[in-house]
Design a protein around this ligand. Structure first.
Ligand SMILES: [Mn+2]
Length: 403
C-alpha cells in the first residue's frame, strides 16, 4: 500500500499582497499526476489545509476540487486540522466526505477511538493511521482531566497520553504486528523553522521533545513546520513541509512530499521532490547593482515568474534612492519573467548603523492577530517584562473567542 504524507497547504495564502493560487494550482496538478502514475492509495494532510480559519468561498471550492479529483482517481484522503484551520469548518462536510473516502478530523473527538483509521487491502489491515489534529488546550485538558494545562510539562504529558492511548487501542484491535503511522500538527524541539509559521499558540513556542511519540509508532507524519525535515537522529519522525513557497525565507528549501510504502508489516520511507514552479530570490546591493542584476533576468527560469525581494542599500539620506526604487517598481510592474514583491531601503551610513529607511508596506491583512497585537505593544512602548504577560493574556482571550 502506498501512502503519501503532505501538510501545510495553506490554501488562500497571500504573500505581500500577492495570491499564491497559481502556485497551489501547479502543485495540485502535479500531485494528481504523481498519485496516478505511482498508484498511491492514500494521501495524508497533516494540518493547515487553509491559511485562514475563515477561508473565502473560492478557496473552499479549490479544496473541494482537489478532494474530488483524488476521489475520481480512487485515492483515499485523511485530513487533520492545523493551528490555522477552523475545526468547525473542516468538520462541517464530514459525513458527506465519508462517501468519498475522505476522513477529516478538525479537532479531538470525545471518543478518542474515532481517531484510529485502519487501512485495509483485500480484507487485511495493512497499516493503522492515528489521525491526531493540532491539539488545543481544551483537548489536552480532556486527555488528562486536568484543570490547568498551562505548565509545559503537563501539556507534554497530556499530548503523550493521547498518543499512548491510541497506540494501545490500535494494537489491541488490529494486532501487535500491524505498523502504525501517527499524524500530528505540532512543533518539536530541534526542528528548524522559517518566517511563515504562525506561532499564535504561545504555549507551544518552545516545542515538545520527540519522545512524546510512543516507540511502537513506525512513522510520524507531521505538519506545522514548513521546512521539510526529519527530526535529528530520527528518520521516521518527519515534517513534509509546505508544498508551496509561503515566504522568502523558504527560498532554499527543497519542497517535497513523503511516500510511505507498506510491505509485510514494514514501512519504506521515501522523500519525493516536488518540481519547482516558481523561484523565490533575494537581490541585495546598491541601486546600480540591483538594476544590473534585474537586467540580466531576461528569460523565464520556471513556469511561473520569479518572486523577488529587494534589499537596496543607501549611503546618504536615501531620498534619491527612494525615488529611483519607486520608479523601478513601476517600470517592472508587469514584467513577464519576475515580480518584485518586497523591497526595502537600508542605510549603510556609519552614523545610522543599519537603520531601515523605509519598511516595506505590510497591510494588516497580511499580519496574524498576534503580530498586530505585538505591533501595538511596540507603538505604546510597553516594557519587555510586561509584554510577555500581556501577550499570554491576549492569546488566551483570542483562543477562547475562537474555540
Ligand atoms: Mn502551517
Amino acid at each position: 500500500m502506498k501512502i503519501l504524507h503532505t501538510a501545510d497547504w495553506h490554501i488562500g495564502k497571500i504573500l505581500h499582497k500577492q495570491s499564491l493560487e497559481q502556485d497551489f494550482q501547479k502543485f495540485t496538478d502535479w500531485l494528481i499526476q504523481y498519485v496516478v502514475s505511482e498508484s498511491v492509495d492514500v494521501v495524508l494532510i497533516s494540518g493547515d489545509v487553509f491559511d485562514y480559519a475563515n477561508p473565502s468561498f473560492a478557496d473552499i471550492r479549490k479544496y473541494y476540487k482537489i478532494l474530488n479529483d483524488l476521489y475520481q482517481n480512487n485515492v483515499k484522503v485523511i485530513i487533520t486540522g492545523g493551528n490555522h484551520d477552523s475545526p468547525a469548518l473542516l468538520n462541517g462536510p464530514k459525513s458527506l466526505f465519508q462517501n468519498m473516502q475522505v476522513s477529516v478530523y478538525g479537532s479531538l473527538s470525545e471518543d478518542i477511538e474515532e481517531h484510529i483509521v485502519p487501512l485495509t487491502n483485500n480484507g487485511k489491515t495493512e497499516v493503522v493511521i492515528l489521525a491526531v489534529p493540532f491539539l488545543r488546550e481544551k483537548d489536552l485538558r480532556k486527555s488528562r482531566s486536568l484543570l490547568e494545562t498551562s505548565e509545559k510539562d503537563e501539556q507534554m504529558k497530556a499530548v503523550q497520553t493521547i498518543y499512548d492511548q491510541l497506540v494501545l487501542l490500535a494494537k489491541s484491535k488490529y494486532g501487535a504486528q500491524v505498523p502504525i503511522i501517527a499524524m500530528g500538527h505540532i512543533h518539536l524541539y530541534g526542528s528548524s523553522t522559517s518566517d511563515s509559521e504562525r506561532e499564535i499558540h504561545i504555549g507551544n513556542l518552545q516545542g515538545f521533545p520527540s519522545t512524546i511519540f510512543n516507540e511502537s509508532i513506525d512513522y510520524v507524519a507531521l505538519g506545522h513546520i514548513h521546512k521539510p525535515q526529519a527530526i535529528k537522529g530520527n528518520p521516521i519522525i518527519r515534517y513534509s513541509g509546505s508544498p508551496v513557497f509561503l515566504d522568502f525565507s523558504e527560498r532554499d528549501y527543497e519542497k517535497q512530499v513523503i511516500l510511505v510504502t507498506t510491505t509485510n508489516n514494514k514501512l519504506d520511507i521515501l522523500p519525493v521532490k516536488i518540481p519547482i514552479f516558481r523561484k523565490m530570490s533575494k537581490i541585495s546591493g546598491k541601486g546600480t547593482e540591483i538594476m544590473e542584476k534585474l537586467h540580466t533576468l531576461s528569460q523565464k527560469s520556471n513556469e511561473l515568474p520569479d518572486f523577488i525581494e529587494l534589499e537596496w542599500s543607501v549611503s546618504d539620506d536615501g531620498l534619491e534612492d527612494k525615488r529611483l526604487l519607486q520608479e523601478m517598481m513601476t517600470t517592472y510592474e508587469t514584467h513577464p519573467y519576475f515580480k518584485i514583491l518586497k523591497s526595502k531601503l537600508i542605510s549603510t551610513a556609519p552614523s545610522a548603523g543599519t537603520l531601515k529607511l523605509s519598511e516595506e508596506n505590510i497591510s494588516i491583512d497580511e499580519m496574524n492577530p498576534l503580530e498586530v497585537f505585538r505591533q501595538l505593544l511596540e507603538d505604546r512602548q510597553i516594557s519587555d517584562d510586561k509584554k510577555e504577560a500581556l501577550e499570554v493574556a491576549y492569546v488566551t482571550l483570542w483562543e477562547n473567542l475562537h474555540e
